[in-house]
Design a protein around this ligand. Structure first.
Ligand SMILES: *Cc1c(COP(=O)(O)O)cnc(C)c1O
Length: 365
């Protein structure tokens, strides 16, 4: 499908949209991932026709044959990005091109048909345009966009599907952690790992999340908010949380984050924070960090702050770490100043309150 400045997406408006008063009510306290907008974007792929049938339509249920491939072998990928309400009333997306590229990489890893990046960007633009009254304006709120793709060939056989459905839904969201969580407590899992070399750790696929749920349940039983995973080979190096990358802040003002390399999801928030920290004149190292070092550095005071980051939860301080062999309190267990500065710098750009020197925002007309 080509795009000559005209939309590739045909538009079929929802004839029964949520009434304005009810929408206003829903937008007051939407929590996370429970409220959805009136429309969705969809496109289909088949080996014969390539990508076709791109449209914006009323959000509705799918009808799937029980033999649809995704239901059996989990050939599924997704993305997560946000549309922000700007101070001047306009709307913007944060780095949708980076999500489009990552979606294509995830598709390649899962042996799926890659979606052209322009089509990805257009799908989110068009969906936000039609549902822009759903972008919340309260502080910290945004319209969370969830592009995803599933294997739709009807077959119980292990092979890449010859047909795919791409879809984007949108959900107005408030803060990810209940109560805005000043700092989270995380659980070091020694029973489970998230990703092994050669696996799918750097692809954004639902299967990675399914595989992380037992560890997340273990964390909850231990009174923790999230899990931090160690590497699968030595069970020593800190990799990331179930759905967020991790950073450390030291007493000399430098930062460190585990290097990408196949087992860590390349977060767009991670990459943006590296740039913003360097803009502030801070040193950022992408180097491995051992869990025992984390404990030692927190005890000695060398480690001052730690935080997790991702689109959904933005920047979240890590106050404590627990595990069968670990008990770590970072700083005073609350939010530290460098974490706060980085979060403010990122949100300032995303909410259009500060200049955007790296051209990260895509304004929506
Ligand atoms: C999506 C995701 C992240 C964060 O990526 P962002 O682009 O910053 O939202 C981190 N880790 C995992 C496992 C993820 O799926």
């Amino acid at each position: 499908m080509s795009n000559d400045g005209k939309s590739t997406f045909s538009i079929e408006r929802n004839t029964q949209p949520v009434a304005a008063a009810e929408r206003a009510q829903l937008l007051q306290d939407p929590a996370f991932g429970r409220v959805f907008t009136d429309h969705m974007a969809t496109a289909r792929y088949s080996a014969e026709r390539g990508w076709h049938d791109a449209k914006i339509e009323a959000r509705r249920d799918f009808t799937l044959n029980p033999a649809t491939l995704v239901l059996h072998y989990a050939q599924e990928i997704f993305e997560g990005l946000k549309a922000y309400r700007l101070a001047d009333g306009g709307a913007a997306l944060f780095r949708p091109d980076a999500n489009a590229r990552r979606f294509r990489n995830s598709a390649t890893r899962l042996a799926m048909a890659p979606l052209p990046e322009e089509l990805f960007i257009e799908s989110v633009r068009e969906l936000v345009r039609i549902d822009r009254d759903w972008i919340p304006s309260s502080d910290g709120a945004a319209l969370y966009l969830r592009p995803f793709m599933i294997a739709t060939e009807v077959l119980v056989g292990v092979k890449p599907s010859s047909e795919y459905l791409y879809c984007v839904i949108a959900s107005p969201v408030g803060s990810y952690f209940k109560g805005g969580a000043p700092a989270v407590t995380i659980w070091v899992s020694d029973n489970y790992t998230r990703a092994a070399p050669g696996g799918t750790g750097d692809a954004k696929c639902g299967g990675n999340y399914a595989a992380s749920l037992a560890a997340q349940a273990e964390a909850s039983r231990e009174g923790c908010d999230q899990v931090v995973f160690l590497d699968a080979v030595e069970r020593r190096w800190v990799e990331e949380l179930g759905g967020m990358n991790v950073f450390f802040v030291f007493d000399d003002g430098s930062l460190q984050t585990p290097p990408l390399g196949g087992t860590i999801l390349p977060g767009i928030t991670r990459e943006s924070l590296i740039v913003l920290a360097r803009d502030m004149g801070l040193t950022v190292r992408e180097e491995p960090y051992a869990i025992d070092q984390w404990q030692a550095d927190a005890a000695s005071g060398k480690l001052r702050e730690a935080f997790a980051c991702g689109t959904a939860a933005v920047v979240t301080p890590i106050g404590k770490v627990k595990g069968r062999r670990h008990e770590i309190t970072i700083g005073d267990g609350g939010a530290g100043p460098v974490t706060g500065r980085l979060k403010a710098a990122l949100l300032g750009i995303q909410q259009g309150r500060t200049p955007d020197p790296h051209g990260w925002m895509t304004l929506l007309s």
